[in-house]
Design a protein around this ligand. Structure first.
Ligand code: FE
Length: 232
């Protein structure tokens, strides 16, 4: 049997925000590889890239927490935690955080949060798999969790907190831009700028062509500059 990577793309995941602290520094990052290993005692596993700041904080601090993100989470919130490094930005200063037993817990845009003590760390190549014992957990909201597939389906649309966001059930708005205006997609995070929708959250009116965006406009999801975009 040949190795077809598309077979792995069919696998289902959630969207989580993993937090950790060590040596007086704390950070959080987006992760999709989080799952429960055993029920009794309750044990959970996460896979974290060794290059990430959070990886070292988990390794050195010996604890981690993860928030299950709600399906109403703004794309910019995912952009902050998924596309910026905690080595450069104090990400937790920009989120609603509550102190856990050992690490900060991100409670904004989350339906549940769990804190775990690391039991073992397995070297898996580019990533380390940390298995932890869940020592504290709480349901924060009755909302639905965001899935990895749901995140990718939303990525090309306006952020859900944008005034122009339309649910899939509604008909598309009439075109307000010339037919020649094409969407452009961010080469870093995959966000698509749609000229018909603009970027009202950042003062860009619907109907604004990508070419006419100000030079200092940046990707609303990951913060990449204009020249990181390519036309669709
Ligand atoms: Fe981007």
């Amino acid at each position: 049997m040949a190795m077809d990577p598309r077979a792995l793309w069919t696998m289902s995941y959630g969207m989580y925000l993993v937090t950790a602290r060590a040596g007086g520094r704390a950070n959080g990052q987006i992760a999709n590889a989080v799952f429960q290993v055993t029920a009794e005692p309750p044990r959970v596993a996460i896979a974290i890239n060794k290059e990430n700041f959070t990886h070292d904080l988990i390794r050195d601090g010996g604890w981690f927490a993860f928030s299950v993100l709600a399906d109403t989470v703004p794309m910019e919130f995912i952009g902050l935690f998924g596309f910026k490094s905690g080595r450069d930005v104090d990400k937790l200063a920009q989120a609603t955080v509550r102190e856990g037993l050992h690490v900060p817990l991100v409670v904004a845009h989350a339906v549940a949060v769990t804190e775990a003590r690391v039991l073992l760390a397995m070297d898996a190549g580019s990533h380390t798999v940390f298995v932890g014992e869940a020592v504290s957990a709480e349901v924060l909201s009755a909302g639905a969790p965001l899935t990895y597939a749901g995140y990718h389906a939303r990525k090309g649309k306006a952020p859900k907190n944008a005034p122009t966001y339309r649910g899939d059930a509604e008909p598309p708005a009439p075109p307000t831009a010339p037919a020649v205006a094409s969407p452009w997609t961010c080469g870093v995070c995959g966000y698509t700028y749609d000229p018909a929708e603009g970027d009202p959250a950042h003062g860009i009116a619907p109907g604004t062509r990508f070419e006419d965006l100000p030079d200092d406009w940046v990707c609303p999801v990951c913060g990449a500059p204009k020249d990181a975009f390519l036309p669709d």
